[in-house]
Design a protein around this ligand. Sequence first.
Ligand SMILES: Nc1nc2c(c(=O)[nH]1)N(C=O)[C@@H](CNc1ccc(C(=O)N[C@@H](CCC(=O)O)C(=O)O)cc1)CN2
Ligand SMILES: Nc1nc2c(ncn2[C@@H]2O[C@H](COP(=O)(O)OP(=O)(O)OP(=O)(O)O)[C@@H](O)[C@H]2O)c(=O)[nH]1
Length: 451
Amino acid sequence: MSSIRYTPATICAIATATGRGGVGVIRVSGRDLLPFAAALSGGKTITPRYALYTDFLAADGSAIDNGLLLYFPAPHSFTGEDVLELQGHGGPVVMRMLLSRCVELGARLAEPGEFSRRAFLNDKMDLAQAESVADLIDAASESAAKGALKSLKGAFSDEVHALVDGLITLRMLVEATLDFPEEDIDFLKAADATGKLEQLRQRLEKVRATARQGAILREGMHVVLVGQPNVGKSSLLNALAGDDVAIVTDIAGTTRDTVREEILLDGVPMHIIDTAGLRETEDVVELIGIERTWQAVERADLALVLVDSQEGVDEGLERILARLPTGLPLVFVFNKIDLTDGQPEQDTHNGHPSVYLSAKTQAGVDLLKARLLQMVGFSAGAEGVYLARARHMDAIGRAAEHLTLAATGWQQIEIFAEELRLAQNALSEITGEFSSDDLLGVIFSRFCIGK
Ligand SMILES: Nc1nc2c(c(=O)[nH]1)N(C=O)[C@@H](CNc1ccc(C(=O)N[C@@H](CCC(=O)O)C(=O)O)cc1)CN2
Ligand SMILES: Nc1nc2c(ncn2[C@@H]2O[C@H](COP(=O)(O)OP(=O)(O)OP(=O)(O)O)[C@@H](O)[C@H]2O)c(=O)[nH]1
């Protein structure tokens, strides 16, 4: 009897940040790495999961560096394969020489996310957990990091699994009746199929609400800033950002141009598009920028309309407001109340919420913060949030739609069964049990190299 077994290539990468560092780590993953480790260390005895202090040797036996060698035998490693770690001195030249030595010993350079992808393929973690590894590394605030860690430890996946299990149980019930068409409806009624479906829908809505907060933590909220010159835009942004002002989120793929600002609002990234950049111009390059800015405006979550309390809303402001997408939620901010003897308070203006404040004295800034977070559905504290991605929200949304269709069409058993199946598939995309190779490729390629 013969069996063909696929042997994954041995991969290697520098796992630590590029540049100078006290210590630099190279990670190697593959099958049967003991000979690899022996060649590097000159045949020293290697105890699994114990640090071995050793020279890392070149082919001619000379030392490239000395450091700590770690060997994690499969399956008890990050990837589930044999893993070696070379913890050397973290200079770029030393690291590159060590990496070349690994390639000489038969490893190839890892693609972005390839270690995490192997961890996923070897069932060390599911897709949502693998994504949270990247999110933890990219986290722009403490709250985001906490949320990512929660997902990494499986809190989000557990919720999704519980829903999928519930759906499977319900589907078994429904599919059983397909075999006995005469009594199907009565059978489902007796088994309270719709009651069970309703429970699942409520549970899904809870997960959705928590995940939505997590998505805001991760993706941030997109805010259009409208206001005449000198109304206090910069002052307000500083007041909102508070102590976080020095932290600027750096989300891959977004080009930073002059009309954008990023601040953290109680740990929530806020991407601000400044409409001051949206002036009339003939300049071709500027026109392209303006076009892009309008596209961003289309996707905004809300507009912050800044008004000088002494001046009120004028024509110039009205003109910009008229160009904003219909239905975009507005918050009017009447600034500089310290000059008008006004009190910090919440009110409404033309049916939109408004806040009276002073960016200078900070009076009323908390009212605005609370208002903004509330308007994007983010409640204070947000403990227990898992860091969901847009991909997860999309899958949850589709699952919810299918459950709604199942609820309305349940008397047609085939439809009922089919919608439940589709809902289950949508949820399984989150944990990766039901995902195409293409999707996996896209997800992992966005990781950094060495992860
Ligand atoms: N030096 C080092 N530090 C690191 C990592 C690493 O790869 N190397 N990590 C990289 O992300 C994170 C830790 N992640 C890890 C996840 C699993 C295992 C591991 O050995 N798992 C085994 C054994 C589990 C156990 O003993 O309970 C397993 O899952 O079977 C190691 C690191 C952060 N710190
Ligand atoms: N008294 C008072 N002055 C304020 C307040 N907010 C801003 N200012 C002042 O108003 C002036 C303009 O403030 P900025 O924050 O630079 O206004 P801006 O809208 O960013 O201005 P441009 O970038 O020129 O459009 C500055 O002198 C600020 O100190 C406030 O709440 N009270």
